[in-house]
Design a protein around this ligand. Structure first.
Ligand SMILES: CC[C@@H](C(=O)O)C(=O)SCCNC(=O)CCNC(=O)[C@H](O)C(C)(C)COP(=O)(O)OP(=O)(O)OC[C@H]1O[C@@H](n2cnc3c(N)ncnc32)[C@H](O)[C@@H]1OP(=O)(O)O
Ligand SMILES: [Co+2]
Length: 136
């Protein structure tokens, strides 16, 4: 199930300050992408072997709003692993009793690939995202 670690997501209360911080560290930081279908504005910080995904709430019902209410300074929000076939992995996880968040169907994520989220209470308190990335 766990392919490459595609990104580590961090929810931030101040996106401009977070961008400035990573740029100060000399990192390559993408331009902000508004993703209303996900309720976030997202920026990617490139690392050598993965990415940091900075998340800022967008719109009234952002799924990260409550997280930031609980974590006023921000914090690590989710880990995203790559899978070759998101439907095969999803159906296997459902059989094993893992709840898929939302309507259970993949959405298109920030990289244009199908993504799903697993309920953190079924995964040891960690929010996992799965992103379908076809093997090179
Ligand atoms: C940029 C696009 C895309 C990509 O391509 O990468 C993205 O990453 S989009 C990112 C934003 N979208 C999502 O996160 C969608 C999935 N998330 C959700 O649906 C919600 O965040 C949630 C996981 C259902 C949590 O909702 P929330 O309102 O914060 O709280 P609940 O009360 O429903 O939470 C239940 C339970 O889970 C704990 N929790 C919440 N968030 C996390 C987390 N990030 N990591 C670990 N645990 C989390 C919360 O504390 C509750 O636990 P208890 O209090 O013990 O019941
Ligand atoms: Co993500």
């Amino acid at each position: 199930m766990f392919g490459r670690l595609n990104h580590v997501a961090i929810a931030v209360p101040d996106l401009d300050a977070a961008i400035a911080r990573y740029r100060l560290l000399g990192a390559e930081v993408s331009a902000p992408q508004r993703l209303p279908e996900h309720g976030v504005t997202v920026v990617f910080v490139q690392a050598e072997n993965t990415k940091i995904e900075l998340l800022y709430p967008l719109g009234e019902n952002s799924p990260i709003a409550a997280f930031l209410d609980r974590n006023l300074g921000g914090g690590t929000h989710h880990l995203c692993f790559e899978v070759p076939d998101i439907f095969v992995v999803r159906d296997d996880l459902v059989k094993k009793g893992v709840r898929i968040l939302g309507d259970g169907e993949p959405k298109i994520g920030a990289h244009g690939n199908p993504v799903l989220f697993l309920h953190p209470k079924d995964m040891g308190g960690v929010l996992y995202e799965l992103e379908q990335v076809s093997p090179a």
